[in-house]
Design a protein around this ligand. Sequence first.
Ligand code: PAF
Length: 260
Amino acid sequence: MPTIVSDPKKWQKLRAGLKGSVGFVPTMGNLHEGHIELCRRARKECDHVLASIFVNPTQFNQRSDYEKYARTFDADCKLLGEAGVEYIFNPDEKAMYPDNYELQVTETVISKELEGEFRPGHFQGMLTVVLKLLNIAQADKAYFGEKDFQQLTLVKKMVEAFFIPTEIIPVPTVRADSGLALSSRNGRLSPEQLKKATEISRLLKSGYSDEEVMKKLAEAGFKPEYVATKWGRRLAAAWLGDVRLIDNVPLSEVKKDRAA
Ligand code: PAF
């Protein structure tokens, strides 16, 4: 079983005594194979692996979503242990926000578009907690999934802008055999919705234009928020029932002709 640490200062003391490199995997728990892949990469590339489990209140748009977020701590610890994670940082809100949320990180360009347009404040909360986590972890490398591509882009930008001495390692999205990107939210889909959700990655890879993909998603019963081509990827967000799904694919995987 990994060693669980909840006090930031305790981890930093422990970290100072570790010889060799530290790989860090930040999570909000409710883990799936996508998170485990991040841990495997860290295990392969670093001498020690730390993962965090912290459901960050400031990145949720609705308090009810924060409260609804599935907490599966015991199962998560077991999975992390099996993936070779030695340390789990599991702070409470007070430990992470001793300033009572008075200091926050604001990015003014990328954070305003796509996800930022539909989830105002989300990236401010995410960047704030990631800055805190990176400062606490004192890791050599930190692993982020490409599934949240805009998040990854913003984290890289923050690390560069604030001279944070941790290398950000992007890890490709893990998909089910159906093509569906793994996500903690998939657990809230019915078997029928799970089948339908595969349309997102299929259409993202199709030769249809972004506008046509929007239209086709709507026709298939989704409420699409955006389909856009940016940063060498095609990205989308769409509601299926009351579950909001996001996905993106590299442009190299997008068909050149229109046949879907
Ligand atoms: O991707 C996530 O799970 C979260 O946004 C992160 C990076 C752990 C920050 O809370």
